[in-house]
Design a protein around this ligand. Structure first.
Ligand SMILES: Cc1cc2nc3c(=O)[nH]c(=O)nc-3n(C[C@H](O)[C@H](O)[C@H](O)COP(=O)(O)O)c2cc1C
Length: 215
């Protein structure tokens, strides 16, 4: 889909996850981020835009580690503070990474990806054609069980804002590192929850595709 094509809300037929090619890795240890790298913040802001034409080329481990750390990694080890804010630090958003080699959950404490389900679920993270071929689709999942102390009327709004903060961190990292990204709300929540093997109290609310810009 070209960058200029506007988002359509027509439903498309349901699809199945693809099989993983090759050996499945249980844990992907991520390199530490280089916090001196990348374009300055204002330069990144001047470059930020949505991309829908992405290369199929895999991201290197350094970029994968940096973008997940930028998303919601621990930037203050003494307190466990994160790069993204969350109301009362409930940190209710988990990040799932749909990679060609499987679906993984980002573990901020270990700065690593932990295998959730050995399928290639990229094509289930949205209806748009590029989501199944780009090298990475992130899915932002609300862990409702972490919000029990929050008044019920605030839970939906505050968790959506928290996911928005995380996705903007990713967008700015991508703009800073020369990567392409688009945040996506056009997802099938039920299909995606099944593909990610989520529990009843886990709700996928937003997705984001990342890759190198198509040449
Ligand atoms: C909450 C939210 C949901 C979005 N959902 C989609 C989506 O499902 N698919 C898509 O291609 N773009 C999606 N977008 C991207 C917008 O279409 C895009 O930001 C807008 O057209 C402005 O373009 P720009 O980001 O290049 O400035 C979404 C953006 C936001 C903030």
């Amino acid at each position: 889909m070209a960058d200029s094509v506007l988002l359509s809300c027509d439903a498309l037929p349901e699809v199945q996850p693809a099989a993983v090619c090759g050996a499945v890795v249980d844990v992907i240890e991520l390199p530490k981020p280089d916090i001196e790298a990348g374009a300055p913040l204002l330069t990144a802001l001047s470059r930020r835009k949505s991309h829908r034409s992405l290369s199929e080329e895999a991201l290197c481990a350094q970029a994968l580690g940096e973008l997940l750390w930028a998303a919601n990694g621990i930037n203050r080890p003494e307190s466990g503070g994160r790069t993204a804010p969350s109301a009362q630090a409930f940190n209710e958003i988990d990040i799932y990474a749909a990679l060609p080699g499987g679906v993984y959950r980002y573990d901020p404490k270990g700065h690593r990806l932990v295998l959730k389900h050995a399928v290639d679920a990229r094509n289930l993270t949205g209806y748009q054609d590029f989501v199944g071929t780009a090298p990475l689709d992130l899915v932002y999942v609300v862990q409702m069980s972490r919000l029990l102390q929050m008044p019920p009327q605030q839970r939906e709004t505050f968790s959506a804002i928290a996911a928005g903060c995380i996705s903007q961190n990713v967008s700015l990292y991508c703009a800073s590192a020369g990567l392409a990204t688009v945040v996506r709300g056009w997802i099938n929540h039920r299909l995606l929850a099944d593909a990610l093997r989520l529990n009843e109290d886990e709700l996928p609310i937003l997705a984001q595709t990342i890759g190198k810009p198509a040449l």
